[in-house]
Design a protein around this ligand. Sequence first.
Ligand SMILES: Cc1ncc(COP(=O)(O)O)c(C=O)c1O
Length: 410
Amino acid sequence: MTSPTLVDSLSAALSRREAKSARRRLTVLPRTAVDFSSNDFLSLSTSSAYRERFLAHLNNTPPSFPLASGGSRLLDGNSAYAEELENFIATFHQAPTALLFNSGYDANVGALSSIPQPGDVILYDELIHASIHEGMRLSRAGPRKMFAHSSPIGLREALQPLMAEDPAIRNGQRNVFVVIESIYSMDGDVAPINEFIAVVDDLLPHGNGYFYVDEAHATGVFGPRGAGVVQELGVQDRMFIRVHTFGKALASHGAVVLCGPETRDYLINYARSLIYTTALGFPFLAAIRTAYELLSSGETELLQHRLQQLIRHLRQQLDDLHTPQSVMFEIDHFPTSPIISLRTSHPRQLASLCQSKGFVVRAIMPPTVPVGKERVRVCLHAGNTEVEIDGLAKVIQSWLERSPITESKL
Ligand SMILES: Cc1ncc(COP(=O)(O)O)c(C=O)c1O
């Protein structure tokens, strides 16, 4: 008997996923479908103001201006344009410095794999993004401990036993990183950052507690002119690192790490996902610049307000749905968040009915969310309309009326 080939092994792994209904596939949805799924929260990627300003940036450079960066940021990939953009972003976010990365994934991998020092402690929220897990996996830190999602008590309970065991934590010699997102991508809830700060101040009075916050989903959507949740709370000086990504509400690509000058310098020297990759080329930098100009001029504030109106409208429509007793259907929603979860044990059915009616929503299944937390994820955008929302609500209502009886309610 011949032993299985590599391709046989790959196919078997896919079949196992298929059997668990967990096989992922690439899909292309029709352009005419209504977007209730993407992370383009401000609808900037189809905004004419964005497009015109972006094209003007491209056209206003001499023809000899290179489009490609030409190499790693540390070799030929740096430019005065990139450095000015970083200064502009740092000023907007009231941060000492900013360092661009090619993606949020790269930013989290680069920063978390390099900054926590050997033996340092990392405490992280249980729902933290995969890129943060990847960074932690590569890190030289010592204990890494998860705490209950957005729970200050959970953070306290995770930290206290480590402190009891290790005098270096108690006396401030060992660093403790607290890693959170400001808005979580699947549940759309906002982290209780002030309460976390209170726990750290209480347990680590020597100042060895360091916050690392990923603002990927808050960027452009929350805070003054879309600067994020941290600035909304005015606690930017308490964050050691903030990560903002540009691929969601900013309709672009890439990310920035906001930090002090020494940390920025350290990342330039040690973050392998920055050092060993070609830096963003001019069109990407111009797109990021365009987005930040729109934010800082206040032009996107109208979109932020419009988005909030639509969130309230959808929430009302969902609250008015009639759910038969026999059907498990719950709405998980943080009041001002554009991300809404429709919890059902049959998310694929609901998503495919919505898609067949021209509304793009996605079923989110394990392993992306824990077993039992399957849902249909609905994302709102400033460019959606009340009519579209009403149409979506009608389809959900029709599904509820003929949805399979749920054996066990959550
Ligand atoms: C919280 C969070 N961090 C980081 C990332 C990765 O950012 P990027 O898409 O720019 O790689 C994402 C999503 O993609 C995210 O949701």
